[in-house]
Design a protein around this ligand. Structure first.
Ligand code: GDP
Ligand code: MG
Length: 177
């Protein structure tokens, strides 16, 4: 009965967006359950996962929404963005088009979500470094220009995954507290 008596101070909704197969579901799988699978169909049907964390002695339930394969342009509905305080915009560092599409996702996000939503740009799959087609410097510069945080991650190796989610959650906490 681990958290039976745990009082939740805040619930923060975060949405995952970005092209298909960039690793959104596995980033969530890594963060929420410390698991990783090469089978990308593993999480179909799951709307969101939660993870409870502590910031500043406050108990925060992160409710992280994952697209169930609706990454086609404009297929993600406004209900998905509703109430989101944070967003993780994910591309694959080995697939240039997934980075080029970030502008489109950002536009979509800005038209549906709250104005002061906290956004982090995430370049995933750094473990495939030899196949890299997007330089970190370019992505970082783009993120700064657009007022986003930025990190590169590997869901496979569990690199920076926790930091990426905590960056968003801590920033949201600063805004709402
Ligand atoms: P989504 O469509 O954005 O949700 O992508 P998935 O999370 O389903 O991942 C797509 C594929 O990429 C799957 O085969 C994953 O195992 C793989 N994948 C996800 N993250 C990583 C990573 O950090 N490194 C590597 N090498 N593969 C990854
Ligand atoms: Mg997925």
């Amino acid at each position: 009965y681990g958290d039976y008596n745990q009082k939740i101070d805040y619930v923060f909704k975060i949405v995952l967006i970005g092209d298909s197969a960039v690793g959104k579901s596995q980033l969530l799988n890594r963060f929420a359950r410390n698991e990783f699978t090469l089978d990308s169909k593993a999480t179909i049907g799951v709307e969101f996962q939660t993870k409870t964390i502590t910031i500043d002695h406050k108990t925060i339930k992160a409710q992280i929404w994952d697209t169930a394969g609706q990454e086609r342009y404009r297929a993600v509905t406004s209900a998905y963005y509703r109430g989101a305080l944070g967003a993780m915009l994910v591309y694959d560092v080995t697939k240039r088009p997934t980075f080029d599409h970030i502008a489109r996702w950002l536009e979509e996000l800005r038209s549906h979500a709250d104005n002061n939503i906290v956004i982090i740009l995430v370049g995933n799959k750094t473990d495939l470094g030899t196949l890299r087609t997007v330089f970190a410097e370019d992505a970082k510069e783009y993120a700064e220009r657009e007022g986003m945080f930025f990190l590169e991650t590997s869901a496979l190796e569990a690199t920076n995954v926790e930091s990426a989610f905590l960056t968003v959650l801590t920033e949201i906490y600063k805004i709402v507290s």
